[in-house]
Write a protein that binds this ligand. Structure first.
Ligand SMILES: [Fe+2]
Ligand SMILES: [Fe+2]
Length: 201
């Protein structure tokens, strides 16, 4: 075998190894993103269900129901994407199922302003979280934006809807909730903890 053909073979092997490493990195990123988003959207559905259990018959009922409808669509989308990308759901799913409902119902029991404050806190965290994911997907290799085009569009659409929920909470007196700042910071911290765990467990 000539030196030049040996060089070609070595180069090909090196580029295959690089490609494999890249695709492994992309896979790890996609697993992390889809797992946490699936869990987060389940949590969101359960928060609004908890709020509806308490405030369903009040004048805020239809509004909360509408936001819940969008969360159900987000959750259904990630539920379809998990098997498509062969990603397992987080082991924390049963916990978020209960915690979401308790958070929604618990804040609603404090009054509709507190329920709206909960919405503002959750949607602020999720909005930032989706922005981070969009940046990470774009930065995934030279062709991140192209390679992950569909998922980026999905996350962008959902991010925009979460931001409308955030605005809705503010328009419906979230900031008049008792101890608004404490409530806001505590819930945001809780959501960040849930995100951290769901990405890893
Ligand atoms: Fe959502
Ligand atoms: Fe939302």
């Amino acid at each position: 075998m000539s030196v030049s053909s040996l060089t070609i073979i070595l180069c090909r092997n090196a580029s295959t190894t690089t490609r494999q490493a890249t695709s492994q990195k992309s896979r790890a990123l996609l697993s992390k993103i889809l797992r946490v988003d699936h869990a987060g959207e389940l949590g969101a559905v359960r928060i609004y269900e908890g709020q509806l259990a308490i405030l369903g018959r009040t004048k805020e009922g239809p509004l909360i129901k509408e936001m819940k409808g969008q969360e159900e669509h987000h959750f259904a989308t990630f539920s379809e994407l998990l098997p498509k990308y062969r990603v397992r759901p987080t082991a924390m799913t049963p916990i978020w199922n209960v915690a979401g409902f308790v958070l929604g119902a618990g804040t609603a029991l404090l009054g509709k302003e507190s329920a709206m404050a909960c919405t503002v806190a959750v949607e602020t965290t999720i909005g930032e979280h989706y922005d981070n994911q969009i940046r990470q997907l774009i930065a995934d290799g030279e062709d991140g934006a192209e390679k992950h085009k569909e998922l980026i569009e999905t996350i962008k659409t959902f991010r925009n809807e979460e931001l409308v929920h955030l605005e809705t909470g503010l328009e419906h007196d979230a900031e008049s909730a008792p101890f608004y700042d404490v409530l806001n910071k505590t819930i945001q911290l809780g959501c960040k903890g849930a995100i951290w765990l769901s990405e890893r467990v």
